[in-house]
Design a protein around this ligand. Structure first.
Ligand code: NAD
Length: 362
């Protein structure tokens, strides 16, 4: 029997609540499909800071390195927003610390228009129905991991700065991952940048253009990011895979939440290798934040987390059929009218997971 070792990090706010539901789904699938789960729990970000004084301990990093996959609920909250830890950008955030040290560079952030939720989208049904967009976010570089960053006095005024820098290898490995993903989907890829005004994006455009030549079977184009954002809202069904740097990917992945009806519906994965090379180590997390406004109320939508678990079975275990089984169970649950508050229903976090489990044929 195959053993899957998982490091489970609830994090903060609603993180532990939704992670618990994701683990119920993982245990159910393991039992039905003949896997043994070896699950270790630990602390991340605020929960870690309050106990250990850092957002991620070496012990947690070492456990993550030894695991097949890491599952994260969500991290962050006002209490820790102004904490400064000695070290680089990655030391300031538990998730960024893991992504950086595990080089989980390939961020997958899918968003789809669920038929049963199309009325929740701010867009007309005929615009949004059928949309299925994969935002690919580079996870280990760019402005968010600036080596030169800080605040200083410049010409008598306070100045904040984060130097955006990407080297060609970082962009190339990410672009290859994006094209490999496009081959698993509808073979269309847009790379977005601001190469009209910024040097780092001029390099980005050159490198992605070179990588594209290796994938003549994928329909490819460059777009300026501002126009891309507009087009994604005007005709979301025209997009398949969208390649973004770390910062644009962060923004665009929440933006595509509009086609899914709620941030709580969005899963994500950060892979440490190209899926074309076989199953990959990954960090799997819901795309949304820790939602402090609803934490502890038992009403958070766990579907983004549950879909993240399903992505783990696909990308780390090599079982896309299990991802499809979870997806079908969620579709059926929504079709039966069982929804949490954020998507127009009254079900609690636990009740909607019960309903998904009842419909899950793994
Ligand atoms: P957020 O995503 O936590 O919440 C935005 C809105 O969406 C809130 O109204 C919230 O209630 C709602 N929402 C989010 N997830 C939901 C769910 N599963 N079910 C129902 N409603 C949900 O964004 P924020 O309030 O801007 O950030 C809160 C904290 O989260 C900040 O500290 C931020 O740094 C952090 N954050 C963490 C991650 C992560 O862990 N991956 C991502 C983004 C933000």
């Amino acid at each position: 029997m195959t053993t899957i070792s998982i490091l489970a990090l609830g994090g903060d706010g609603i993180g532990p609540e939704i992670l618990a539901q994701g683990l119920r789904i993982a245990r159910h699938i393991a039992e039905k499909s003949g896997f043994l789960l070896d699950i270790d729990h630990d602390l991340l970000h605020g929960a870690s800071y309050d106990t250990h004084g850092v957002f991620c301990t070496d012990a947690v990093l070492n456990k993550a390195k030894a695991a097949d996959a890491v599952l994260v609920g969500a991290v962050g909250g006002h209490a820790w927003d102004h904490v400064r830890i000695a070290g680089g950008a990655e030391a300031q955030d538990g998730l960024m610390y893991l992504r950086y040290h595990l080089q989980a560079y390939l961020g997958l952030r899918p968003a789809e228009a669920w038929k049963e939720l199309s009325s929740l989208s701010p867009f007309r049904c005929d615009v949004v129905v059928g949309a299925d967009i994969m935002i690919m976010r580079e996870m280990c570089g760019g402005a968010m991991f600036a080596r030169q960053r800080g605040q200083r006095i410049h010409q008598g005024k306070r100045q904040g700065y984060d130097l955006t820098a990407y080297d060609e290898d970082e962009v190339a490995r990410f672009a290859h991952g994006g094209f490999a993903l496009a081959r698993r989907r509808r073979r269309r890829l847009v790379s977005c940048d601001k190469s009209n005004v910024m040097e780092s994006y001029k390099l980005w455009r050159d490198v992605v253009g070179d990588v594209a030549k290796h994938y003549p079977d994928v329909e490819f184009k460059h777009m300026l990011a501002d126009h891309c954002a507009y087009q994604m809202m005007v005709q979301p069904t025209a997009f398949d895979v969208v390649l973004c740097c770390n910062q644009l990917g962060d923004v665009f992945s929440d933006l595509t939440g509009t086609v899914s009806g709620s941030l709580g519906m969005l899963p994500s994965a950060c892979l440490a290798s190209n899926p074309a090379d076989g199953p990959s180590f990954g960090i799997y997390e819901s795309t949304s934040g820790s939602a402090p406004d609803i934490a502890g109320k038992g009403i958070a939508n766990p579907i983004g987390m549950i879909l993240s678990v399903a992505m783990m079975f696909d990308y780390t275990i090599g079982r896309p059929d299990l991802w499809q089984a979870v997806h079908r169970a969620i579709e059926q649950t929504l079709a039966d009218g069982i929804k949490t508050q954020d998507i127009g229903g009254t079900a609690t976090t636990v009740e909607i997971t019960d309903a998904i489990l009842d419909r899950l044929v793994a």
